[in-house]
Design a protein around this ligand. Structure first.
Ligand SMILES: C[S@@+](CC[C@H](N)C(=O)[O-])C[C@H]1O[C@@H](n2cnc3c(N)ncnc32)[C@H](O)[C@@H]1O
Length: 315
């Protein structure tokens, strides 16, 4: 007989409350630097709360050096000069997931993010003296013309203003410098013979419960970045990699709490106080048909990776 445990208490309520509070970024309007007017900026200001930055750092999948190595190989493929690995910039760096992998490969690495809390968390975790973290925008970088060898954007480019971003990338890149844009897609869970049901439940959460809470950039992820514009003709697309993460059930719920769509849901439903995630956790637990405690229930999540690389012409 299968004993259905009630696991509602297993995901720490403090974590959920933190995730819920993350909507309280409350910076949904900001002053536009260019014209001084207040404007709606929900599009890319979903990563501001300090608690959210911590949850983000704890639960998001980590990039493997493999992806960064592919981007670096792309840089040196047509430019073997010793200066070609001088300065890399990681835009939308978050808490430094990719920035830190770039550090041993370049003389200088700069991580830039629009969110001061993500930058503070990144700087606090940083292990390298050649890495600098700066609050700023992808569309307006603090570097001279023609000074950068590689620009990376991990799980971030779909938030950017493409025309301004491409113009700025073209300004700062050296001739033969490269832009590498990459992202992981929707997780696919594996657990014994319950895989289909688990994924159906997560999909329902993504497209049903969070309907209307996603920024329009999300459509680029849904489409594996196939429609994401790149600035140069010399562009390669790589779909050969994936990231695999073993999550306990509460950790997987922690990962879902970092979704920008969930942050927006919390902003719209302050009364929720974690109820949506708790009921999701219970449904996933019931579907796993197990007697194990939830914190011993391991789901393997695989995330498909899409990598787009574009090279600036020599002249
Ligand atoms: C999903 S997180 C990705 C973080 C990290 N790169 C990773 O791979 O996990 C997206 C980040 O992009 C930042 N962001 C969004 N729009 C931006 C912009 N226009 N310029 C710079 N950063 C931006 C957000 O603040 C957030 O930290």
């Amino acid at each position: 007989m299968i004993v259905r445990r009630n696991i509602a208490g297993l995901l720490r309520l403090s974590d959920l409350a933190a995730a819920n509070r993350a909507h309280g970024i409350n910076q949904l309007t900001q002053v536009d630097e260019h014209n001084g007017s207040a404007r709606w900026t929900m599009s890319n200001r979903m990563f501001e709360a300090a608690d959210h930055a911590k949850l983000y750092h704890k639960f998001r999948p980590k990039w493997s050096p493999e992806i960064v190595n592919k981007a670096v190989s792309f840089v040196i493929e047509k430019n073997s000069k010793s200066t070609s690995l001088h300065h890399a910039v990681d835009l939308g760096c978050g808490t430094g997931q990719t920035t830190e992998i770039l550090a041993p490969l370049f003389q200088r690495v700069t991580g830039i993010d629009i969110s001061a809390t993500q930058i503070a968390q990144a700087a606090a975790n940083s292990k390298y003296s050649n890495v600098q973290y700066t609050v700023g925008r992808a569309e307006n970088m603090p570097f001279p013309d023609g000074s950068i060898d590689l620009v990376t954007c991990a799980t971030a480019a779909h938030w950017f203003d493409f025309p301004k971003f491409h113009k700025e990338v073209n300004r700062v890149l050296k001739p033969l410098g490269c832009l590498a844009v990459y992202c992981y897609g929707m997780s696919y869970l594996h657990y014994e013979d319950c895989t289909d049901e688990l994924n159906r439940i997560v999909w329902q959460f993504y497209k049903g419960s969070l309907q209307g809470c996603w920024n329009k950039g999300q459509q680029f992820i849904d489409n594996d970045y196939r429609d994401l514009p790149m600035p140069y003709e010399d562009t390669e697309r790589d779909y050969s990699m994936s990231i695999k993460v073993d999550y306990t059930l509460p950790e997987f719920i922690g990962y879902l709490s970092t979704w920008s769509g969930y942050q927006e849901y919390c902003r719209r439903h302050p009364e929720d106080q974690g109820a949506l995630l708790q009921s999701l956790q219970q449904r996933l637990y019931d579907s796993a048909k197990t007697t194990k405690p939830a914190e011993e229930l391991i789901f393997r999540a695989s995330f498909p990776v899409f990598l787009l690389m574009s090279r600036k012409p020599e002249q």
